[in-house]
Design a protein around this ligand. Sequence first.
Ligand SMILES: NC(=O)c1ccc[n+]([C@@H]2O[C@H](COP(=O)([O-])OP(=O)(O)OC[C@H]3O[C@@H](n4cnc5c(N)ncnc54)[C@H](OP(=O)(O)O)[C@@H]3O)[C@@H](O)[C@H]2O)c1
Length: 323
Amino acid sequence: MKALVTGGTGFIGSHVVDALLDGGDEVCVFSRRAALPDRWRQRKVELVRGDLQDPDSLGEAMAGADLLYHVGEIRNTTRAAAEKNVRAFKEAVHQMKRRGLQRVVFVSSITAAGIPATVPATEETEARQTLEDHYTQYKSLCEEALAESASQLDYVVLRLPPVYGPRSRTLGRFLRIMKRIGPLGVPFIGDGRNLAPLVHVKDAAEAICRAGTASAALQQTLHITDGVRHSWFDFLSAVAEALGKRLRIITVSPLLLRFPAGLLDLGSVIFGVRADLTDYVHFFSRDIHFDNTKARERLGWEPAYTELRPAVREMVRHYREAA
Ligand SMILES: NC(=O)c1ccc[n+]([C@@H]2O[C@H](COP(=O)([O-])OP(=O)(O)OC[C@H]3O[C@@H](n4cnc5c(N)ncnc54)[C@H](OP(=O)(O)O)[C@@H]3O)[C@@H](O)[C@H]2O)c1
């Protein structure tokens, strides 16, 4: 099978490419770069140069492919970037129909499910509160575009929570900051003891690959979490421990934050850019925990990284070695 992967040079996409290659697939990576990373030099990976903002370049890359893994995105949280991502995805769907490419796996975000009314939540649980930030709106609009094309395309939507593991530039920066934490501690929205959804990048990549072929996953939206009850505090303290630090959380009350965040959001709307701070306050201070039974059953997938501390230790070792 020949898979076309957007975002294949990125954090999650590079693990998807690895997993596809390990499974014996041929892979085409759609990227703006001139060359692929060295790690794939001896493997069956082809680079197809193009830009998500140039629909024809993506359409041309579809020639000969059996399915599309849409992992890439124009990175930013501004309204302009969100609009570009929606436009690019709708164009990708249009190009698929035009060129007869039947199946797409779309990597969405768990934020599209909102803050669940009860935990553990499932794909069917009502949201107690929806999140209206630009990023979430863009993911929801792409999901809607797929649902509207359900009679013409085979699709799978995978909603990912925050993903951790090797090869993320963002996590690399975060670890460098955590290394500098002093005795005063780390400020956090709330005490960090609320439930936090997470998944290891290798488990996410395995789920994404399986979504390309699992027939029970067709036209489904699946939540790809490790299914474990852990909090932001658990994650941060596992990171601190792996770095040889002691974690102290400086609690910043979400209630106190909501007022200035609301004011800042209002002010930023007046200036044409929305900061979406209120949504971030909600996301980091409420219990969010998803049961992953539907994903396990539909994909025949089982997360391997269900113990946070050893997984985080391994991740920190990777970033140390890469530094
Ligand atoms: N990381 C997380 O915790 C997380 C959580 C939930 C959902 N997600 C979703 O997972 C997906 C991947 O996230 P990530 O963290 O792996 O992202 P990332 O590391 O920032 O990678 C972004 C990828 O998008 C590609 N890209 C960016 N702009 C492009 C353009 N104009 N044309 C073509 N390609 C472009 C980049 O390729 P080139 O630079 O090679 O062109 C790169 O491979 C995204 O859809 C994200 O919303 C991520």
